[in-house]
Design a protein around this ligand. Sequence first.
Ligand SMILES: [Mn+2]
Length: 298
Amino acid sequence: MPHPSSPIVHNNQPDVCGLCYKKTAMPELHVVGDTHGHLNELRRLLRAVQIIDADDNWLASQDTLVLLGDMVDRGPDGVGVIDLLTQIQEDARAHGGQVHAVLGNHEVQLLAARQFGDTARAPESTHTFFGDWHRWGGVLEDLARLQPRHVHWLEQLPTVVRIGDDLLVHADATFYPRYGRSVDEVNATVADVLASVDVARWDAMLRDMLEKHAFEGDSGAQFLGGMLARFGGRRLIHGHSPICHVLGQPPDSISRAHIYAGGRCVNVDHGVYLGGQGFVFTTTISTSATTGGGVLTK
Ligand SMILES: [Mn+2]
């Protein structure tokens, strides 16, 4: 096999040479949990596993990177996170890779604060969209810096993504199958709400997105099984519920994903905004024959 002239090779058979980026032939899936405006930490994590280089160039060949939502709020630079993701999304695409970001409740809360401001969330409610966004960690500088290109990027985010046998969503919540019978239907339903000016629909969706811990215990595992049967996939990966809270451990002690429900559920919320060191969950992309149409009982 001829030796490449440059150590930087985007190669369809990357395991032929030790100087090539990728040591394995199989494309990998990398998943990053709730970033919450922590741009420096996100860069540090992506650089540490050589997904991007020191200048934010894509290094991960034909791999797929998924940011699992709640990329904004709570931290210093949510808009900076959006800008970085937009840029590496383009760079990855140009090099055969993919970057997806999934919609989390904080993205919807930010869009709601921008669109509805001091509008009450319900006729008798004293809660406003802006007030709730701010109370739950909304950063005023982010709202002020939000340009139409950021809004457009947020509005087109998918809510569910399936990569091989992995189904990726932000929240360990039960609303997804109520929003559609397929991944595409759920994404279309959420996009339809975001494109609407219907306060009641926004309010209901925001409440749906706040649920946590839906896949825990026997009934949770049963629901999870139905959800995987419905949307396809053999495993679900989510963020939204910091692992340190789930396990009752200090945030800085969390260094890996929390795998539960007999291996069919993976929580990757590293709690970076709470002081967690963060991690990137990496797995090979496998595809087996899976079918949709399962029955959900929860
Ligand atoms: Mn969340």
